[in-house]
Design a protein around this ligand. Structure first.
Ligand code: G3I
Ligand code: 9MR
Ligand code: ZN
Length: 577
């Protein structure tokens, strides 16, 4: 087997594929239908426990001419085809972004924008507040994944991935992706995130607390969204949701300030209220489903990282750096200094506690801190890329150290076997997000080094080697998701000859359309074997990369989710800016 990134490579990038057997290999130009005179170097990379085989890296970086190619061994084994061209990831980037439109709840998807995936509006009935008969109406937001639940933390982290990407490399988001708001003066990534932000803002109580989720009590069957008519319930306020909400509303207030000042002012006001709630409610409200409820829990036994992220963003954003008139809605504005002090004190204490709890002396694999459960590197991004450095030099250095330590660990983890920065224990539910998050961290490290050089005037050439190492490692994680893996499968619907086809996605299961909605990322291999379907084809002896089943019933290995897509959009957009 020869596995390769089935979308393709940028012309000047290092180009690798993986063979599970030795031999000699040729590069075939599929347009000409014949081999080209480019050497394919074979490097024995040793036995890879996560793949369960010897791994031979095939380096064909010598090709740079735009075209369509595939690799062939001397005994006739062929890889999937792939492209080499500038902007080879543009279509993928735009499809990953468009996928959020297909997750929209509360509106109909019109044929003009959704094509054959058009559908009527869904989940428009009033929502009951758990434990009472009171109802309220909530609007919009994205369905979380293959289910139709709407979850505050998952939504907030998803939007944060996208808004941080936009803040750090806006040039990657100039294309329109044909959604109803296209052409309204905002980039479509901001139009799409606004759809979720407007929903999130309806989850906040007057005291600033944010409700954990809006779902039915039980997962519905494999029906279309508009046929899911069971009562929707709003679950209690949690500290995790309130903290994630505070953080993402701060980012939104910055990013939308130039486009919609009223909306931006409301975002920072809601963030400020959430921040006040956090200061007044210091206990973690680790959520667990009540009796009779089986929808997504998004439990977290610690909210230290979420609070760290909230305080980092509030420290950076809930200050006078915002338009002066904003303070009129913050009666506490004359006390903004004392607010600043409390954010800074809590951020500093939170980081100290977090670092103590995550010292990895127990041999656990590295955290990435860019997902829904551990948001520590979202907090790091808030501090490191704050142009005003509100957190101060010492805290910023600690955050940079944490980020760079992880990036360096991810670089070294790809030295043998598959160049993917994963140990066996990292193949958890949503392991493709772990891979993608590690690419995101590598990119953040690269950006941080560039910005440091710009700021200090340090000769960028001294940092170039590190920057190139980080970016090459980030691309290797991307290659894994797009096909260079032991399953020889592309984990993004519609992208690659061997793209996965049968996601655990209720819309795809129920819509009677053969092709799955494109641009959706599969959760990927999970060694915990957490559903009955995967247990039919995998057991404890199955290599970590192969605990995967392209079957709609395997929800623990083959679901799709908004924060898996946003994490991968971050890395794809970076390489198509
Ligand atoms: O954090 C621990 C880690 O410390 C430990 O080493 C590892 C192995 O034991 O487990 C890690 O916890 C895992 C957690 O995800 C964080 O990665 C749990 O085992 C695992 O069960 C948990 O899975 C989550 C799953 O819901 C079940 O709760 C997935 O991350 C999460 O993406 C998924 O989310 C679902 C929603 O509930 C419902 N909507 C669909 C969505 C995607 O499947
Ligand atoms: O479809 C649900 C998926 O979104 C969740 O991630 C998963 C775990 O919470 O549960 C899925 O729903 C299944 C339920 O848990 C058990 N009965 C079968 C349901 C559909 O696969
Ligand atoms: Zn809906």
């Amino acid at each position: 087997m020869i596995s390769v990134n089935e979308t393709g490579f940028l012309p000047s990038a290092v180009k690798l594929a993986i063979s599970d057997s030795p031999g000699s290999f040729r590069l075939i130009d599929d347009t000409e239908g014949k081999p080209i005179d480019i050497g394919v170097a074979v490097i024995d990379s040793g036995f890879d426990e996560t793949a369960g085989c010897e791994v031979y890296r095939l380096d064909f970086s010598g090709v740079s001419a735009p075209g369509i190619y595939h690799l062939e061994s001397d005994d006739g084994i062929c890889s999937a085809a792939f492209k080499v061209e500038p902007h080879v990831y543009k279509t993928l980037k735009n499809s990953l972004l468009k996928s959020f439109y297909f997750q929209r709840c509360g509106c109909g998807l019109q044929e003009e924008y959704a094509g054959c995936y058009k559908r009527p509006r869904c989940h428009i009935n009033p929502v009951r507040i758990l434990g009472s008969e009171k109802t309220l109406t909530v609007h919009g937001g994205w369905h979380d994944a293959g289910d139709y639940g709407r979850y505050a933390s998952a939504g907030a982290v998803t939007v944060a991935h996208m808004l941080y990407a936009y803040e750090l490399f806006p040039e990657a988001f100039t294309d329109r992706v044909n959604i109803p708001e296209s052409g309204n003066g905002l980039p479509d990534i901001l139009n799409e995130c606004r759809y979720e932000l407007d929903f999130l803002s309806e989850l906040q109580d007057e005291d600033g607390g944010v409700h954990h989720k809006v779902t039915t009590l039980q997962f519905c069957g494999f029906v279309m969204p508009e046929a899911d008519l069971a009562e929707q319930v709003m679950f209690p306020v949690t500290s995790m949701s309130t903290a994630d909400f505070a953080a993402v509303m701060c980012i939104a207030s910055r990013v939308y300030a130039g486009y919609d000042p009223d909306f931006a002012r409301n975002c920072i006001h809601q963030a400020y209220l959430a921040g006040q709630w956090l200061l007044q409610n210091p206990e973690n409200t680790d959520f667990h489903n009540p009796e009779g409820c089986n929808t997504g829990e998004y439990t977290d036994d610690s909210d230290i990282d979420e609070r760290m992220w909230a305080y980092a963003e509030l420290l950076r954003t809930d200050t006078d750096t915002m338009p002066e008139e904003r303070h009129h809605i913050n009666p506490m504005s004359s006390q903004s200094d004392s607010r600043q002090d409390s954010y800074l004190a809590n951020l500093s204490a939170g980081l100290e506690l977090y670092l103590k709890e995550h010292d990895h002396s127990d041999g656990r694999s590295e955290d990435d801190g860019f997902g829904w459960q551990d948001v520590s590197c979202l907090a790091a991004a808030a501090v490191i890329f704050d142009p005003e450095n509100h957190a101060g030099e010492e805290l910023r250095n600690k955050m940079s150290d944490m980020l760079l330590e992880r990036a360096n660990a991810f670089v070294s983890m790809q030295e043998d076997g598959y160049p993917v920065s994963m140990k066996k224990q990292d193949f958890v539910w949503g392991s493709n997000m772990v891979v993608s998050n590690r690419a995101d961290i590598l990119i953040l490290a690269s950006i941080a080094l560039r910005k440091k050089a710009e700021k200090t005037g340090e000769d960028i050439r001294a940092l170039t080697l590190d920057i190139e190492l980080y970016e090459e490692a980030a691309l290797n994680q991307m290659h894994y998701i797009l096909g260079m893996n032991a399953m020889n499968i592309s984990y993004v619907t519609g992208f690659g000859e061997n793209a996965f086809k049968d996601p655990h996605n209720r819309v795809t299961i129920a819509d009677d359309i053969e092709r799955p909605i494109p641009g959706m990322v599969s959760g990927g291999s999970c060694i915990q074997l957490l559903d009955e379907e995967i247990k039919k084809i995998a057991d404890d002896s199955t290599p970590a990369q192969k605990c995967y089943f392209d079957h709609h019933l395997s929800y623990s290995t083959n679901e799709i989710a908004i924060y898996w897509n946003s994490s991968f959009l971050f890395v794809t957009a970076y390489f198509d800016r």
